[in-house]
Ligand binder design. Structure first.
Ligand code: C2E
Ligand code: MG
Ligand code: MG
Length: 648
């Protein structure tokens, strides 16, 4: 990839060079052709200028002189001139003629016409001598003289005729040369026009190419600074902007969408993108109004910087941002209720570089999330201590399995009708440094770090062993095991289940896997396939915390499930909250219409029991019936409560 990227600019540079090479090459070619044509035109024009044109002039002068000669002879005969005048004029004429005939170009001299002219000229000399002889006699014979003059007239006519013919020859040569020159010059003009056109086209191409390149470079530069999905500035710009703050106090906020996957349920990745865009659309105007800059760092994390000197102002900013999502967000035609968590830190005192600032904003954000989300927290020094503590805890958790520090607690589940125990849910605890750490404190950590895979395997194996033990003891209880998202999505999950079932020899119908709504809805096609394979193994399947995420009902119909577990948040205020009662009733109806057993979690009071019974719920689990118990206590409880109890 990198090599390709490096090759591209080289190739494009080569492209420009290629264009210029073509322009220069064509230019050279044109010069050669123009020089060649110029030479040709020159070769044609030169004889015109040096030969044909002078010839024409000479012909014209010769004509004058010949006519003049005839006039001189005639005047001499008619006694218009005396002998001395005749001699002077004739000699002058003869001299002019000789000069003109001599001046003619060499080529013409080779011509037959020239030879004829020379002969006629010689003849004219003889004629004049004859006339002179006759006219110098005492009694000139005028008849003889007239005959000589007639002969001269004939010669003169012939002379003029030959000159006219020579004139025609020279004119033809000039016309021909003119035509050739015209052709050459037009060809040259056409060539120069074609070249100019080629230059214009090439210039347009080069200009377009440079423009396209510039655009591509601009786009690349934009992509390097912006997040692709939201077009907000990205993390590297956040880092650059922090570096450019030069110690001027600012407030930095890290903003995250709470329980993103859960909120999204089964709506898929595209809906996830839509949700992020919707959150951006709500946050951006507020951040801009408050004079800040919004960034998208990654995933569900946005960041914002505000030029605020007073930390008191932080509360106002937080509140406005927390309320940004008030009301539902529409995603893929569904109403989603999302909330935000915000972690704030002050620049430069809480971090004078982007890495430290982000780390501390993150510590504050975690704190806000730990409060259940929809909250804002400001960074304090102790948070870092807590983060360090978490890191240490993770290190300890790594050894929890091998040091045999994990414990399974069992919380009984009973039929609502007669409170007969029908199963238990396995809930893990961590016996760590003399304390029993609840799952809420280490399961998320285990999920994040990937430790959930070995821990989950231990839980599954222990639960199956216990189920088998109860089976052997004649207590056929369904043992429910919580499966985390990461476990469920692990490629070896199915193989591990097969192996554990085989190892423990437990009857799979007594093992129930609890999977949360959000996990099942992700990648629904794959999930359906996996759930069918799990059912094919004979296992029971339930959806945990039902009602807290968004379940697509059409998918739910296609999932081979056995049970819905109504989340305890709906049960808590059942007696006082009509809305919760309505939801519970709807879930029970829905479950029954899909042929599923419905169990209520977190049942704490007799009132809860009465309402649930009235609403037609099948089973219950909660403190009202029993808290989660360690094995020994569970054993006693179960033995007592395996039989139905008659209740009022
Ligand atoms: P969950 O699977 O929904 O478990 C029910 C939780 O509700 C348990 O908390 C249980 O002690 C508590 N609970 C039961 N009855 C009542 C009641 O009447 N009132 C109230 N207020 N609470 C009640 P726990 O044991 O602290 O577990 C919390 C969560 O941790 C579980 O929620 C489950 O998501 C996770 N978890 C527990 N054990 C495992 C485990 O083995 N594997 C995995 N992956 N997660 C586990
Ligand atoms: Mg559970
Ligand atoms: Mg639950």
């Amino acid at each position: 990839m990198q090599r390709c990227a490096a090759l591209k600019p080289t190739l494009s540079r080569l492209g420009v060079y290629f264009f210029f090479a073509i322009v220069i090459g064509l230019g050279l070619l044109l010069s050669v052709v123009v020089i060649h044509s110029g030479h040709q035109v020159n070769a044609v024009i030169q004889p015109l200028v040096t030969q044909s044109m002078p010839t024409l002039r000479t012909i014209s002068e010769l004509k004058t002189e010949v006519t003049e000669r005839q006039v001189i002879l005639n005047q001499y005969f008619a006694y218009g001139l005396n002998h001395a005048q005749f001699r002077q004029k004739y000699q002058s004429n003869e001299h002019e003629m000789a000069l003109l005939l001599q001046k003619t170009n060499p080529e013409w001299k080779l011509n037959q016409r020239y030879k004829t002219l020379m002969a006629l000229n010689e003849n004219a000399k003889l004629v004049s001598e004859q006339l002179e002889q006759i006219m110098t006699q005492e009694q000139p014979d005028l008849d003889e003289a007239r005959a000589v003059l007639v002969e001269n007239a004939i010669d003169t006519n012939e002379f003029l005729h030959q000159l006219d013919m020579s004139f025609v020859d020279a004119s033809k040569a000039i016309e021909q040369a003119g035509q050739i020159s015209l052709d050459e010059v037009s060809a040259m003009i056409r060539l120069v026009l074609a070249y100019s056109l080629a230059i214009v086209i090439i210039a347009i191409l080069v200009a377009y190419y440079i423009y396209a390149r510039q655009r591509a470079e601009n786009r690349l530069a934009h992509a390097a600074r912006h997040d692709r999905l939201t077009d907000l500035l990205n993390r590297s710009m956040f880092e650059a902007d922090i570096a450019a703050l030069k110690q001027k106090p600012h407030l930095g906020l890290l903003i995250s969408i709470d329980r993103f996957q859960r909120v999204l349920g089964g709506l898929g990745y595209e809906a996830g993108d839509e949700l992020i865009l919707a959150v951006k659309a709500r946050l951006l105007p507020i951040v801009q109004q408050l004079g800040g800059t919004l960034y998208r760092l990654e995933g569900t994390h946005f960041a914002a910087i505000f030029p605020i000197k007073n930390p008191q102002a932080l509360h106002t900013v937080d509140q406005r941002l927390l309320h940004a999502l008030n009301g539902a967000v529409m995603v893929s035609g569904h109403e989603l209720f999302a909330t935000l968590s915000i972690g704030g830190a002050m620049y430069p005192q809480d971090g004078s570089d982007a890495v430290t600032l982000i780390r501390n904003m993150d510590a504050a954000l975690e704190q806000a999330q730990a409060q259940g989300g929809n909250a804002a927290q400001t960074y304090s020094q102790e948070m870092n201590a807590r983060a360090v503590e978490r890191l240490a805890l993770e290190g300890e958790l790594r050894h929890a399995v091998e040091r045999n520090e994990l414990r399974l607690y069992f919380q009984p589940q009973a039929l609502l009708s007669n409170q007969q125990v029908i199963g238990v849910e396995c809930l893990v605890r961590w016996q760590h440094q003399g304390q029993l750490v609840p799952p809420i404190e280490f399961i998320p950590l285990a999920e994040e770090s990937g430790l959930i895979i070995p821990i989950g395997e231990w839980i599954l194996r222990t639960a199956c062993q216990q189920a088998k033990a109860w089976q052997v003891q004649g207590m056929p209880l369904v043992v429910a095991v919580n499966i985390s998202a990461r476990q469920f999505q692990h490629p070896n999950f199915l193989a591990l289940l097969r192996q554990v079932l085989h190892e423990t020899q437990v009857d799979p119908q007594y093992i129930e896997l609890e999977i949360t709504e959000g996990v099942v809805m992700q990648d629904a096609d794959h999930t359906i396939n996996l759930l069918h394979q799990l059912r094919a193994l004979g296992l029971m399947l339930s959806i945990d915390d039902f009602g807290t995420g968004y379940s697509s009902l059409s998918y739910l119909k296609r999932f081979p499930l056995n049970k819905l577990k109504i989340d305890q948040s709906f049960i808590r205020n059942l007696e006082s909250n009509n809305g919760d009662a309505a939801i519970v009733e709807a879930v029970i109806r829905l479950g029954h219409s899909l042929n599923l057993t419905v169990i209520a979690e977190g049942v704490e009071t007799a009132e809860h029991v009465a309402i649930l019974k009235a609403l037609g719920c099948d089973e219950l689990q909660g403190y009202y019936f029993s808290r989660p118990l360690p094995l020994a206590d569970a054993q006693v409880f179960l033995q007592q409560r395996l039989q139905p109890v008659s209740i009022s």
